[in-house]
Design a protein around this ligand. Structure first.
Ligand code: FES
Length: 66
C-alpha cells in the first residue's frame, strides 16, 4: 500500500499516519484495543465511521508485517 493512501477521508488519515501511530505497538493481540489507541492518536474513524473496517485491515496488515 502507498504511504499517502488515504484510509480515512473524513479525518484525512493516510496509511503512513496509521503506520506512525503504530510505532509504539510491538505486540499484536487485540486488534480492537490497538484500534482504539490509533483512533485516539489520529482521530481516524471518528467522522462517518465508514472507514472502520479499512482501518482494522490496515492495522492488521502493518502489525503482521512487524
Ligand atoms: S472516512 Fe473515516 S470517519 Fe469517515
Amino acid at each position: 500500500m502507498q504511504a499517502n493512501y488515504m484510509i480515512c477521508n473524513c479525518k484525512q488519515v493516510s496509511y503512513i499516519d496509521i503506520a506512525n501511530a503504530l510505532e509504539s505497538h510491538t505486540k499484536f493481540e487485540n486488534v480492537l484495543e490497538v484500534f482504539e489507541d490509533i483512533q485516539r492518536q489520529t482521530h481516524c474513524s471518528t467522522g462517518c465511521g465508514g472507514c472502520h473496517q479499512k482501518v482494522l485491515d490496515t492495522i492488521s496488515e502493518i502489525m503482521m508485517g512487524k
